[in-house]
Design a binder for this molecule. Structure first.
Ligand code: SAM
Length: 304
């Protein structure tokens, strides 16, 4: 499919999102320096050797935003849901430089990482570098798919690695804030079609609520200056908006708080942050597990 024939929202999301690929460098920096997440240090070290570490500006922004414990919490909470589900086929969209794919593929998962083509290629090479350094002969069933998660054809291609008779978990972590509501509609449609075929769930800490921070924050302004993306327009208004949005698109969304993994975080100690401070930082953040509503005839659905 050529760019010209794609729907407008789809085109817009792909071009806008190419402007945010650099954000994955900062996430990798956080994990490597402040957490005990497996393979985080090895990945970042290969990135740095390739000249692909986070920029000073990116590091500064993350430090000022006080977001480091949250980044660790969202990663660990996502892992917890995945483990609990017992599902061993995963599609992680917008996977950036995340170590989860390598970690789980070595535990015999079928793991598909999807990111925009340029990042996907870099990630593949970074993982090859880590495997060489750690004498890992093969990362197993770990696949890198370059593409736009909003685009139907790209999404389907990424899913071709799965055994469709078994359930799949879709993960997105640090993606939806960059995607307009038109783009989200297409993405949720892609996930719904996949889960209708395979069953499973979507796990995401990406449903951010404007009501938690009505005036926005400095990071939103910075992002607008740096990328032209107005994050605030892409956030859900409040919990009601988030839940009804998911419901209208065929999902039941269960809310969880990242405070649930507070005791498992390494970063507060490294940053010398008190429990009270960490709790306050995590309390306005959210994670959701989305499963398909099986009956399309649920009362009231058409009203949403
Ligand atoms: C904030 S980073 C998060 C990366 C990773 N999930 C993590 O937590 O480290 C956002 C990522 O989204 C990717 N991305 C943005 N738009 C995308 C799209 N339409 N399809 C696939 N990936 C996309 C970027 O390339 C980038 O790697």
């Amino acid at each position: 499919m050529t760019t010209e024939t794609k729907p407008a929202a789809d085109r817009e999301s792909a071009t806008l999102n190419e402007r945010v690929t650099w954000t994955n460098r900062g996430c990798a920096w956080v994990r490597s320096l402040f957490t005990d997440i497996p393979f985080a240090q090895e990945i970042y070290s290969v990135m740095v050797d390739r000249g692909e570490g986070a920029s000073t500006e990116n590091i500064d922004g993350l430090t000022k935003a006080g977001i480091i414990p949250y980044f660790e919490a969202r990663y660990k909470l996502t892992n917890r849901f995945l483990e609990k589900s017992g599902v061993t086929q995963v599609l992680e969209v917008a996977s950036g430089m995340s170590p989860r794919g390598l970690d789980l593929a070595l535990q015999d998962y079928t793991y598909v990482e999807m990111d925009l083509p340029s990042e996907s290629l870099i990630k593949k090479q970074v993982i090859e570098g880590v495997c060489r350094r750690k004498n890992i002969a093969s990362p197993g069933k770990l696949f890198f798919e370059g593409g736009n998660a909003i685009d139907k054809d790209d999404f389907l291609r990424a899913c071709s690695h799965f055994d469709k008779t078994k359930p799949v978990v879709v993960i997105c972590e640090g993606f939806l804030r960059y995607v307009s509501f038109d783009g989200k509609d297409l993405f949720f449609g892609n996930v719904r079609d996949l889960l209708s075929e395979t069953d499973g769930m979507m796990v995401t800490p990406d449903i951010e609520l404007l009501s938690d921070n009505p005036n926005g924050d400095a990071s939103h302004e910075r992002m607008k200056e740096q990328t032209g993306i107005d994050i605030r327009k892409n956030l859900f208004k409040d919990m009601h908006h988030a839940l009804s949005y998911c419901y209208a698109r065929g999902f039941e969304a269960k809310h969880h708080s990242p405070t649930g993994v507070m005791q498992n975080l390494a970063s507060p100690k490294k940053l010398n942050i008190s429990n009270e401070e960490v709790y306050a930082k995590l309390a306005t953040r959210h994670a959701f597990v989305l499963t398909l509503i099986k009956s399309k005839a649920l009362p009231g659905r058409e009203l949403l």
